[in-house]
Design a protein around this ligand. Structure first.
Ligand SMILES: [Zn+2]
Length: 299
């Protein structure tokens, strides 16, 4: 269980470091800089643009928001057990600034959203229930614009909004949502530093197996709408998918990403009709200078 302790410590460090950062964010100013609105973005209705999406966040029932967040803390700790955050406070602040502006344009702006760059050359991004979003250093370094970053963060945020992971997690527990909630809450006691083995193994398994293919397509469709609301070019996500499409699928850096997602080509194909519909409502602001300062300096 050594890994669990290390992961818990990492999470504690992350949690203690971020509130200070996020409190200092000038989200309103950031939004107007990008051309998005301060409250409801560009007013793009996801339901109108993306057919087949029901009530946001209501597709999984039987779990409270507190329980969702508690499961997410455990899941985030599992991810942090596999890769530590990049030791660059300015970069982590930047990711949180972009991420929090993006999710402020979502249907669940009040979740305790936290964004983190993981220190691994692999190309991937992850989310955990309740508002944890992770992107790898490897994927970030393939990007050349903030719209690409916003697109990926919005895709991951969509998984959170729609509780896709909660749905996947509960499928491995014979006792369903209530069993998982019970396991997660058992691990949150002050005297218990260990996560229940069943929960940890289940969460690891979920990240290794990936989500439902349809949930990935849904996150792509919702992601481009949320990014557009926030004033970003919705083609940012498409651009990332094109980059991924150009990587040799046998390359170790994309093995997990390709194993857990539909092919980039298939995702682009599914996304095209949504992008076509968004064409008229997009402002083409590219805050490249800030992106270059924050990310290119990493290379
Ligand atoms: Zn995804």
């Amino acid at each position: 269980m050594k890994t669990s302790i290390r992961a818990r410590l990492m999470l504690a460090v992350l949690l203690s470091a971020l509130p200070g950062m996020t409190a200092a964010l000038d989200i309103g100013g950031f939004g107007s800089l990008l051309g998005g609105g301060s409250d409801s973005g560009n007013g793009i209705d996801i339901g109108q643009v993306v057919s087949g999406i029901g009530d946001i966040g209501r597709t999984v029932t039987g779990i409270s928001e507190e329980e969702e967040i508690e499961i997410g803390r455990n899941a985030a700790a599992v991810l942090l057990g596999a890769a530590k955050p990049v030791d660059d406070p300015a970069l982590q602040r930047y990711i949180n600034k972009v991420g929090r502006w993006v999710v402020s344009q979502s249907e669940r702006p009040d979740l305790p959203w936290r964004f983190c760059v993981l220190d691994t050359p692999h190309l991937n991004a992850f989310a955990s229930p309740g508002g944890y979003v992770f992107i790898t250093r490897g994927l970030l370094q393939t990007m050349s614009s903030e719209s690409e970053l916003a697109g990926v963060l919005a895709h991951e945020a969509a998984h959170v909004l729609q509780k896709h992971h909660v749905k996947a997690i509960t499928s491995f527990s014979s006792s369903g949502v209530s069993g998982i909630v019970k396991l997660a809450s058992q691990t949150s006691g002050a005297q218990d530093n260990f996560m229940a083995t069943e929960l940890v193994n289940g969460l690891k398994d979920m990240y290794l197996r990936g989500l439902d293919k349809e949930d990935e397509y849904e996150a792509d469709r919702m992601g481009v709408v949320i990014a557009a609301r926030a004033g970003y070019d919705p083609y940012g996500l498409a651009s990332v998918l094109q980059t991924l499409d150009s990587v040799n699928p046998d390359d170790d850096s994309v093995s997990l990403m390709f194993k857990t997602h539909p092919t980039p080509f298939a995702r682009l194909d599914e996304l095209t009709p949504v992008l076509d519909q968004l064409d008229d409502s997009v402002s083409q602001v590219e805050p490249d200078k800030r992106f270059n300062t924050s990310v290119m300096a990493q290379r």
